[in-house]
Design a protein around this ligand. Structure first.
Ligand code: 5GP
Length: 179
């Protein structure tokens, strides 16, 4: 694919780079205030959330560690749970940590509902979920993140870590994908 074909699929900007930066700074400040003096572990779900994690991490000024998981979902349209396969698990025992799951987008809610249940069973000191984007119209299971930075309509979006066919993760903003 050349750059012309690449650009043809980049639609309207849904969330700009500046808007993302501003919200991440606010979120980092509230994390600094809430977790100072507490062992903090940020858990990112690969691959989509790695850009958000990196930018959030740089704005946090208290001690914190990071770890990664990756998950694959296998769902038929009628199923609501039980089909998330963990492809890569955390390296750490989380029982001594206050854990924040850092996610790119909550869509049907199924992936996070399962990951939260899985991590809760490991008895972290506390567990919260922050997501960059939230598409509440698409929800299939009841799931709400503790913090969602932007609520968006039911568009398929790309950029800032989010892909279409593994491409477009490098855009510094969130855009609608033009088919
Ligand atoms: P859920 O289990 O909430 O349906 O799925 C969440 C995952 O689906 C996200 O982590 C993301 O990888 C993918 N996803 C959901 N909506 C979009 C979207 O609009 N764009 C992209 N690129 N991925 C999405």
């Amino acid at each position: 694919m050349n750059s012309k074909e690449f650009k043809d699929h980049i639609g309207r900007v849904i969330v700009s780079e500046e808007e993302i930066k501003t919200k991440i700074k606010e979120l980092a400040k509230s994390i600094d205030a809430e977790y100072d003096g507490k062992p903090l572990l940020l858990v990112s779900i690969l691959k989509g959330a790695f850009v958000f994690l990196a930018d959030l991490l740089k704005e946090i000024s208290i001690p914190c560690e990071i770890d990664f998981m990756s998950a694959k979902s296998y769902f038929e349209s009628t199923e609501s749970s039980g089909n998330v396969q963990i492809e890569m698990d955390l390296k750490k025992d989380i029982s001594d940590y206050n854990v924040i799951i850092v996610e790119d987008i909550v869509d049907t809610g199924r992936t996070l509902a399962e990951i939260v249940a899985l991590l809760k069973a490991r008895n972290p000191k506390s567990l919260k979920v922050v997501t960059l984007l939230d598409k509440p119209e698409r929800r299939v299971v009841e799931f709400n993140a503790d913090v969602s930075l932007f609520t968006i309509p039911d568009y398929f979006v790309i950029g800032y870590g989010l892909d279409f066919g593994e491409l477009y993760r490098n855009l510094p903003y969130i855009a609608e994908f033009n088919r």
